[in-house]
Design a protein around this ligand. Structure first.
Ligand code: HEM
Length: 535
C-alpha cells in the first residue's frame, strides 16, 4: 500500500511532458506484451483479430446468441475469441464436447468459469452455478438435488401449478380474449416458484392485473406488500442479468470507464440488497422452526428443507446418507436465489417458445390437443396429476424441439481443472471452453432440416446423437432442476390446452425474443377461446 502511494505521488510530481512520455512507454509495453502473448499462444485457432485491453468485445453488440452463431459459422466448429486478454475457445460440434460433458465424478470439467469477476460477484464459494470451490459446490448441489428431484416433491408441485393456474385463469377471464402471454406467464412463474421455495406469497399476477386494468382498489397496507414483492422479483432478475455484465466486460473497464463503472456500482448494490433481504427471510424462517414444537410437522417448502438439512429436524436430507453438514444462512440464501432465478425465466420462456412454434405448426398443435384430450377424456376439469404429466410424450417432444430451436441457454461455459486434449489439441488446465448449444442444435451434421419444427424426432431419444441436444446442459454441471422445469411446463400446457383454443394474434409482430442472460420471450400475443368441449 505504502509503495503504491509513493509511486502515485512520484508520478504526480513529474512535469507533464515527462508524465506523458512515461504513460506512452507504459502503453507501448502493454501493447507489446499483449501481442507477444497473442502471437506465441499455444494452439492458435481461427478467430477475429483481438485488440489490447478489449480483445474482441467490440464485436459483442446486439443479441449475443446471434453474434456467436455468426462467428462460429464464419470461423468454423472450433474458434477463439478474446475478452480483454483472456482467450475463450468456442465449440460448435457435439463430437468436440464429449469429454466436457462427461457425467462421471472424475470429470476434468467440474468448474463453469474462472476469473476475478466471480469473486467480484461474491459467489466464489457460494451457491452452485458459479461456485468454484468444489467441496462447497458438491454439498450445495446435493442439497438441491435431494429436495427437488424426488417424485414426492414433483407430485406436490404439480398440484401447486394447478392452484396458481386457477388464479391466473380468473384474471384471464376478466381481461379479454387477447393477451400478451409472455407478460402473464413470468408473473405466474414468480408467484409459483417463490411460494414453492419459500412459502412467501408474492403478488406479481395481482400487481399486473391491477396495472393493466387500472384498478386501484388496493388498501395502502396491501399496496405496500405488493410493492415489496415486486421489488424482490425485479432485483432477482437484475442479479441474473448482471452475470454476463461481469463476465463479458473486462474488470479494468467496468471499474473505471463510464458508464460501465456506474452499472457495476448498481449491480454491486443490488447484490448487497439481495444478500440482506434474502438472509433475513432465512433468519425469520429459522426462528419459526425453532419456535415450532418438535412433535409438530414442519412445512415441506424448500427453504425449510434447506434449513433443517442434516439437523435433528431434517425432512428429506439426512446426515446418515453422506458426510454433509447443516448449512449457514448465507449459503442457504444463495441457494434460494439461484433456485428461483434458475426456475422462473427458464420455464416461462420455454412455454412461450413452445406455444409460439405450435401456433406456427398447426399439425403438431392438433397432435398436442389430441394427446391431452386422450389423457383427460373422462373429465377435462378434474385435478391434474404427475401421472398425467408422464403420459404427455408428444407434448414433451414438442417442448424438446422448441428448446432445440430456441435454447434457453444458447451457450454454456466450462473450465478444465487439469491439462486435457480437446479437438485433437492439448490444452493447459484452466482453459475456458464455450459450448455453442445454439450452433450445435442447428448443425446439419447432427440434424436433418434443422430450421424446421419436427417434434417427431424426439419420440425416440435413441436416435438423437449424443451431446447434440443440450437444453439442460450436460456433464457434472447438468441442470439439477430439469425434472422440475419439465413438470412445470407440461402441467401448464395440460391446464391451458385442455381448456382453451390458442391462436397467434394477427398483428405485425406477435412474437419477440430477446437474449439477455438467457433467451427470453419479450412478447407473445395470443387469443384464447374456451374450447367447445369445456363450454
Ligand atoms: C425449462 C427449465 C430449465 C432450463 C431450460 C434450464 C437450463 C439450464 C442449463 C442449460 C444449465 C447449465 C447446465 C450446464 O452448464 O451444463 C442449468 C444449470 C442450472 N440450473 Fe437449470 N434449467 C431449468 C430449470 C431449472 C430449475 C427449475 C432449477 C431449480 C432449482 C434450476 C437450477 C439450476 C442450477 C442451480 C444450475 C447450476 C448447476 C451447476 O452449476 O451445478 N434450473 N440450467
Amino acid at each position: 500500500m505504502g509503495s503504491h502511494i509513493q509511486l502515485i505521488s512520484s508520478l504526480t510530481s513529474l512535469p507533464f511532458k515527462e508524465w506523458l512520455t512515461n504513460l506512452f512507454v507504459v502503453i507501448l509495453l502493454y501493447i507489446a506484451k499483449y501481442y507477444y502473448t497473442y502471437f506465441t499462444r499455444r494452439n492458435p485457432l481461427p478467430g477475429p483479430f483481438p485488440f489490447p485491453l478489449i480483445g474482441n468485445i467490440h464485436l459483442f453488440h446486439g443479441e449475443l446468441d446471434n453474434v456467436f452463431f455468426k462467428l462460429q459459422a464464419k470461423y468454423g466448429e472450433m474458434f477463439e475469441v478474446f475478452i480483454g486478454s483472456e482467450r475463450k475457445i468456442w465449440l460448435g460440434n457435439a463430437k468436440l464436447i464429449k469429454k466436457i460433458n462427461d457425467p462421471s465424478p472424475k470429470s476434468n470439467f467440474p468448474i463453469r468459469a474462472k476469473g476475478s469477476w466471480i469473486n467480484d460477484m461474491r459467489v466464489t464459494d457460494k451457491g452452485i452455478g458459479l461456485n468454484t470451490n468444489l467441496n462447497s459446490w458438491r454439498n450445495n448441489r446435493m442439497m438441491v438435488t435431494k429436495s427437488i428431484m424426488v417424485p414426492s416433491f414433483l407430485r406436490q408441485f404439480v398440484q401447486e401449478v394447478e392452484k396458481f393456474f386457477d388464479e391466473l385463469d380468473e384474471y384471464w377471464l376478466v381481461s379479454g380474449n387477447e393477451l400478451d402471454f409472455s407478460k402473464w406467464i413470468y408473473k405466474f412463474e414468480n408467484d409459483l416458484i417463490i411460494h414453492t421455495f419459500t412459502r412467501k406469497k408474492t403478488c406479481a399476477m395481482a400487481i399486473y392485473h391491477n396495472y393493466i386494468s387500472s384498478h386501484n382498489h388496493t388498501t395502502s397496507h396491501l399496496e405496500n406488500e405488493l410493492r415489496q414483492s415486486e421489488e424482490l422479483v425485479n432485483r432477482i432478475h437484475l442479479w441474473q442479468n448482471s452475470i454476463h455484465f461481469f463476465f463479458f466486460i473486462p474488470k479494468l473497464i467496468r471499474s473505471y470507464v463510464p458508464p460501465f463503472n456506474f452499472y457495476q456500482l448498481k449491480y454491486l448494490k443490488n447484490i448487497e440488497w439481495l444478500d440482506k433481504h434474502l438472509t433475513n427471510i432465512v433468519k425469520e424462517r429459522r426462528k419459526e422452526i425453532e419456535n415450532t414444537p418438535k412433535n409438530e410437522t414442519l412445512s415441506s417448502d424448500i427453504l425449510t428443507l434447506f434449513i433443517c438439512a442434516n439437523t435433528e429436524r431434517s425432512i428429506r436430507i439426512n446426515k446418515e446418507d453422506d458426510d454433509s453438514r447443516p448449512m449457514a444462512d448465507n449459503e442457504i440464501m444463495q441457494l434460494m436465489l439461484e433456485s428461483i432465478t434458475g426456475s422462473v425465466n427458464t420455464a416461462g420462456s420455454t412455454l412461450c417458445f413452445t406455444i409460439y412454434l405450435l401456433c406456427l405448426n398447426p399439425v403438431a398443435k392438433n397432435k398436442v390437443y389430441e394427446e391431452i384430450d386422450r389423457i383427460f377424456c373422462d373429465d377435462k376439469t378434474r385435478p391434474i396429476t404427475y401421472d398425467d404429466i408422464i403420459k404427455m410424450t408428444y407434448t414433451e417432444a414438442c417442448i424438446k424441439e422448441s428448446l432445440r430451436m430456441i435454447p434457453i441457454a444458447p451457450f454454456l461455459y466450462k473450465s478444465s481443472i487439469k491439462e486435457d486434449t480437446i479437438g485433437g489439441l492439448n490444452w493447459k488446465g484452466g482453459q475456458e471452453f464455450f459450448i455453442n448449444c445454439n450452433y450445435i442444435h442447428h448443425n446439419e451434421t447432427h440434424w436433418s432440416d434443422p430450421k424446421s419444427f419436427i417434434p417427431d424426432r424426439f419420440l425416440d431419444d435413441k436416435k438423437i446423437e449424443e451431446n447434440s441436444h443440450m437444453p439442460f446442459g450436460g456433464g457434472v454441471r447438468v441442470c439439477p432442476g430439469r425434472h422440475l422445469g419439465m413438470a412445470n411446463i407440461k402441467a401448464l400446457m395440460a391446464l391451458i390446452f385442455r381448456k382453451y383454443d390458442i391462436e397467434l394474434v394477427e398483428s405485425e409482430e406477435p412474437f419477440k425474443k430477446l437474449f439477455n442472460f438467457d433467451n427470453r420471450c419479450e412478447k407473445l400475443m395470443i387469443s384464447l377461446h374456451l374450447r367447445k368441449s369445456t363450454v
